[in-house]
Write a new protein. Sequence first.
Length: 182
Amino acid sequence: MTDDLSHVRLNSRQIRTLAHPLRSRLVGELRLNGPATATRLAERFATNTGATSYHLRQLAEVGLVEETDEGTRGRERWWRAAHDVTSWERDDFAGDPDALAAADWLVSSYARNVADRIDTWTRGVDGEPVEWREAAQFNDYILRLDPDDLTAMLGELDEVIAKYQKRRGTRNVLLYCYPVPL
């Protein structure tokens, strides 16, 4: 991927911390919409500020979010995501059943989130401009590959995506790629 983005490859402690419904949503929200206070995040997720502050501190303790001076007024504490991209390899957690369970939960949680976003788009698509309706096409492919082919293809896709990540268009677009061997 592009050097313009900061990456973190999760360790066991980080993945166990992130594998919590509110914590994973907090990191996602900070990445998508930028720095925010615990109060704003609590309003966004219909939770209380105390719980939100606690979970932000837990994420900060493992380096997934950090305090920032952006937007600071008075005693407000503003938070931002510490990285643009999070990745992990499930096999890194062999021998750590809690980290393996966390990794599996995160994959399932992210897949449900993507399905929810697709459902939201589909229900509101008629209200979208025609250019967005035409551009946001759904594709599925069945490819006959071996592990080396799949790794190479994903590397090439990463290069293409990196080229477009440098652009700053008018709207955030979620591109989710998760190959599933059949």
